[in-house]
Design a protein around this ligand. Structure first.
Ligand code: ARG
Length: 269
């Protein structure tokens, strides 16, 4: 969002707060690429752009042509707060951060884990969810019961995720001895390959793992072990304190009102 637009949005939000919302002319969105979609009130005079990868149920996913998920709902609240319309850039996960560094998006909500590498390029909001990476195997698997059994195995991950970092283990931090890491654009495709026997395991965040199991009943199961600690936060362009403050305010409000819990509860089975 351009500075002027942001100012206009803030002014609009301020006006609405004091109950003086006047006439607002509608405007069209700026991006017409296939992967973009605007949602919400088309009366808004400006748009705020969210970068995500909608392949991560329950945080962001497609339900037909509709975007759904926890991050989508939080992002809608952010747009609301700014008096703007939410525009969604649905890109490959490995390009989500680049959407911010190239100025194409205003914030990124994608079940993003805070880590050192990403902190070099973006700023993160307060944490809104804490979780872990887990291992998925076929339901009839008996050989792999923990990360110690991944030695010599072929493991699938989503490209550029913290699960990818864990499996690749470039810094030899985990020393699990995984023989081959196969990278996918979509966890759904990794799961299909696991079921078809082309992978021995998939490493994925815990809540999405449950959703993949729900979508493939009786075919895959989750191991109990917690592989990592992951704190999810919303990313903003480095130094954009205005955007960061807005995001943190919205997260605070959603937490205090209990709405954040309600949003999460909606996606529990
Ligand atoms: N939490 C992991 C990470 O930050 C995985 C996130 C994947 N998100 C997605 N929308 N595909 O790397």
């Amino acid at each position: 969002m351009k500075k002027t637009k942001k100012l206009a949005a803030l002014l609009l939000a301020a006006l609405m707060t004091v109950g003086m919302a006047g006439c607002v002319s509608s405007s069209s969105t700026t991006d017409t690429s296939d992967s973009s979609q605007s949602t919400g009130d088309s009366q808004g005079s400006s748009t705020v752009v969210m970068a995500t990868n909608a392949e991560f149920e329950p945080f962001e996913y497609m339900d037909g042509t509709e975007y759904k998920g926890i991050d989508i709902e939080i992002s809608q609240k952010i747009a609301e707060k700014m008096g703007a319309e939410l525009e969604i850039h649905n890109v490959a996960f490995e390009s989500v951060i680049a959407e911010l560094t190239s100025g194409k998006a205003d914030f990124a909500a994608a079940g993003l884990t805070i880590n050192e590498d990403r902190l070099k390029n973006v700023d993160f909001s307060d944490t809104y969810y804490s979780t872990t990476q887990v291992i998925l195997v076929r339901s009839d698997e008996t050989e792999i019961t923990s990360s110690a059994d991944l030695k010599g195995k072929t493991v699938g991950v989503q490209t550029g995720t913290t699960g990818d970092t864990y499996a690749t283990d470039e810094d030899k931090e985990y020393n699990h001895g995984i023989a081959e890491v196969k990278r996918y654009n979509k966890f759904m495709d990794a799961t299909s390959d696991l079921i078809a026997g082309r992978l021995d395991a998939v490493i994925v965040d815990d809540f999405p793992a449950d959703k993949l199991i729900e979508r493939n009943p009786d075919k895959i199961k989750k191991l109990d072990e917690e592989l990592t600690g992951e704190d999810y936060a919303i990313a903003v362009p480095k130094g954009d304190t205005e955007m960061l403050n807005t995001v943190n305010e919205v997260l605070d409000e959603l937490e205090e009102s209990g709405e954040l819990d309600e949003i999460f509860d909606k996606y529990l089975q």
